[in-house]
Design a protein around this ligand. Structure first.
Ligand SMILES: [Zn+2]
Length: 206
C-alpha cells in the first residue's frame, strides 16, 4: 500500500489458532498471511486508521459443529486456546474485536452478522474496508459480500487471504464472486510497487 492509499478500516478476519497449523480446522497456508497482515497493521497504525479483528466465538454446543449435525469439527470455542488470535499477529491495543457465531443455534460467517461492526464503522464514517484473513471461501467471502451490500467500498487484500477449498477451486471461485460484486483486489505486486515508490521518495527527501 502506497502513501496515497485512501483512508479506510482494516478488517482482519478470524486469525485464530484453530484456523492455523495445529488447529482443529487449519486452513492450508493460513500461517502465510500473518506477516503480510502485520505489514498492513503497521501501515494502519502509522496512519491512525481503525483496525478490526473478527473472531469465531462459539459456545461448546454450536450448530456448526459435526456433533450437532453441522459441517465443521469443533473449533474456536469461546475462552479456549483454539479461539485465541495468533500470538504472531501484532494486533495493537486499540484494535476492535468483533465476536461472531456466539448464538448456539446460528452460524455467522460474516463479521457483520449479529454484530455491531456496521454501527461502529458508521460512527467513524469509514468509507472503505480493507479485508484480509481466513478463510477466503467462507468468512472473508461473506464479510466482503455484506460490506459491499451495506455500501462500503471493499479492497480485497488478495495476498493476505487463504482458502479452505473443501472442493478444489472454492477459493478462486470466491475471489471471482467478490470481484464480480465490486470488491477491488489489492495484490502483492501493487503493494510492493507502492512501497518501493515511497522508499524511493524517502531517499530523495533524505
Ligand atoms: Zn465457526
Amino acid at each position: 500500500m502506497g502513501k496515497n492509499c485512501e483512508p479506510g478500516a482494516l478488517i482482519i478476519v478470524d486469525l485464530q489458532s484453530d484456523f492455523l497449523p495445529g488447529g482443529s480446522l487449519a486452513v492450508p497456508g493460513g500461517e502465510e498471511v500473518i506477516d503480510v497482515l502485520n505489514g498492513y497493521i503497521d501501515t494502519f497504525v502509522q496512519r491512525e486508521w481503525p483496525i478490526f479483528a473478527t473472531r469465531d466465538w462459539h459456545p461448546p454446543n454450536h450448530c456448526s459443529f459435526k456433533a450437532q449435525g453441522g459441517l465443521w469439527p469443533e473449533h474456536c470455542v469461546m475462552n479456549t486456546p483454539g479461539a485465541r488470535f495468533s500470538p504472531a499477529l501484532r494486533l495493537p491495543a486499540f484494535a476492535s474485536i468483533i465476536s461472531k457465531g456466539t448464538d448456539p443455534k446460528r452460524d455467522a460467517y460474516s463479521g457483520f452478522e449479529g454484530t455491531d461492526l456496521e454501527e461502529r464503522l458508521r460512527k467513524m464514517s469509514v468509507p472503505r474496508l480493507y479485508v484480509g484473513g481466513l478463510a477466503t471461501d467462507y468468512c472473508v467471502l461473506n464479510t466482503v459480500k455484506d460490506g459491499l451490500q451495506r455500501g462500503f467500498e471493499v479492497k480485497l487484500l488478495e495476498d493476505a487471504i487463504r482458502a479452505v477449498n473443501l472442493k478444489p477451486g472454492d477459493g478462486s471461485a470466491a475471489i471471482k464472486e467478490m470481484v464480480d460484486l465490486g470488491a477491488i483486489p489489492l495484490e502483492r505486486r501493487e503493494r510492493m510497487r507502492a512501497e518501493q515508490r515511497s522508499d524511493e521518495e524517502k531517499q530523495f527527501r533524505d
